[in-house]
Design a protein around this ligand. Sequence first.
Ligand SMILES: NC(=O)c1ccc[n+]([C@@H]2O[C@H](COP(=O)([O-])OP(=O)(O)OC[C@H]3O[C@@H](n4cnc5c(N)ncnc54)[C@H](OP(=O)(O)O)[C@@H]3O)[C@@H](O)[C@H]2O)c1
Length: 278
Amino acid sequence: MGFKEQYGPWAVVAGASTGLGAAFGEEAAKRGIDVVLVARRTALLETTAEAIRSRYGVKVRTLTADLAGSEELLRGIEGLDVVLFIYNAAAEPQGLFIDESLSGLRTNIDVNCTTPTVVSHAVANRMVARGSGGLVLVSSTGALQGIKVFAAYGAAKSYELILAEGLWDELREHGVDAFSFVVGATATPNFLENAAAMTPDADLLSELISQVGASALEPRSCEFVAAALFQVLDAGRAGIGPRHYSHPDDESAAVAAAGTSRAEVVSRMGKITSAFWQ
Ligand SMILES: NC(=O)c1ccc[n+]([C@@H]2O[C@H](COP(=O)([O-])OP(=O)(O)OC[C@H]3O[C@@H](n4cnc5c(N)ncnc54)[C@H](OP(=O)(O)O)[C@@H]3O)[C@@H](O)[C@H]2O)c1
């Protein structure tokens, strides 16, 4: 079965006005699949949609929705034959947990846990009835251990990671490829904006570079990361395992961490976040 037969006619990318989500939309369109781009900023969505339409000639719809709730998205895709669903949106509270507002912490759970659960439930049922599909929850290397400064974010991304792994095992016998896509540092507009506002502690930074190497701290491009996800689908590798990484180095780091004490793994990550978020 070709890509379009397996994962078309419609792909929905949640969190796709810009950056990585827009790049996922582009990869789907490149393969002849019609796309729904979902996010809050209508004007940006329209610009992204027009660029994809004019390049690939597929249908591209936009859906303005706040994914802190799932109703708008569910209504927007009602009756649509959604065969590929990628949940990329994230709320990213940053700062020490005790300083966070409760409303920010609740939004973290709404956007990163509740909405992907509710929408995955709806689309997975349709995919199972159809006997094919792809369901990808975008997670983070920050989900692989507790993470100082991003404690609630890391915990919520870890929920997505484990949910997708469970769905991999439940849905594969129905012809549906569900998996978690673990993303490392990526040059999204959000990442670049944060990075520009930072003045990392020079001593901590050079200590880190000597430990992990400068390249480990370099973000990858959105195009590279989006292509890595679609290579999993192209190559039929989704069936092989419930978790895929945006780069082999991220996978190697995760494997090495599994043989290291949790105290060391968590503290090392805390050093990285502390060096940047002083
Ligand atoms: N960038 C990195 O270094 C990095 C590292 C590890 C993992 N990740 C993961 O990769 C994904 C993309 O990261 P990112 O940095 O591109 O994130 P982002 O800029 O915060 O958001 C990505 C997309 O989601 C949309 N979005 C965010 N909150 C939304 C909401 N409440 N309702 C609807 N749409 C919403 C944004 O558009 P609008 O603002 O227009 O709504 C944007 O199109 C996330 O799942 C993140 O956890 C990123």
